[in-house]
Write a new protein. Structure first.
Length: 200
């Protein structure tokens, strides 16, 4: 709209140099009113205008809802700085197209009423590396247990860390597999129906 008005002002400023057709156009285009999808020209003529409206409660710079839900899940286990890194590695951007940082994740959480992860609290979810540290094995052992379905691992998006519930590390079959890995003895594979691997 502002562009149209600027153009009209330009026409008005140079009216002595414009042909008669432009002067006639200037006379009737001095005011444009938008109401819903109709344009009302001064002089009583109405014209249909295609105007794209934003959805109620959203704007053109709104962050994708999938990103919001991903942050909601990640915030259960990790701080904003870590979440920002995950979003960037996964190729996600903010609504306006910026890369993520700690402050932008924090603002997104606050706007969507997502609780912050309390530092110092024991997390219910762990990464594969953290699970390996808990069981005193290497990450390869954890990957093998996930592959054999001894451990259920959840990945919310490509590039996001695999998340494993801390409580699952205390299951008898997991403890047995970890001890077998220490001694180099073969450990039995899990039942395919025992756990599932989820990739969202």
């Amino acid at each position: 709209m502002s562009v149209i008005l600027e153009q009209l002002e330009s026409i008005n400023a140079t009216r002595t140099q414009q042909p008669r057709g432009s002067r006639v156009l200037r006379r009737y285009m001095w005011q444009v009113l938008l109401k819903d999808h109709h344009g009302a020209w001064a002089g009583g003529v109405h014209t249909i205008l295609g105007v794209r409206k934003n959805q109620v409660g959203r704007n053109a710079n709104a962050t994708d809802k999938d990103v919001v839900e991903l942050v909601r899940e990640l915030a259960k286990a990790w701080p904003d700085s870590y979440i920002a890194g995950v979003l960037n590695r996964s190729g996600y951007h903010t609504g306006p197209g910026n890369v993520w940082n700690e402050t932008r994740v924090k603002n997104l959480r606050l706007y969507n009423k997502i609780p912050v992860f309390a530092k110092g609290c024991e997390r219910a979810w762990l990464t594969m590396a953290e699970c390996a540290n808990e069981l005193n094995v290497n990450v390869g052992v954890i990957r093998t247990m996930v592959k054999h379905r001894l451990l259920a691992a959840l990945q919310h998006a490509k590039g996001a860390p695999w998340m494993i519930q801390r409580d699952d590390l205390h299951r008898a079959e997991v403890q047995h597999y970890a001890k077998a890995a220490h001694t180099g003895k073969p450990a039995p594979r899990g039942d395919d129906n025992q756990t599932i691997i989820l990739a969202l």
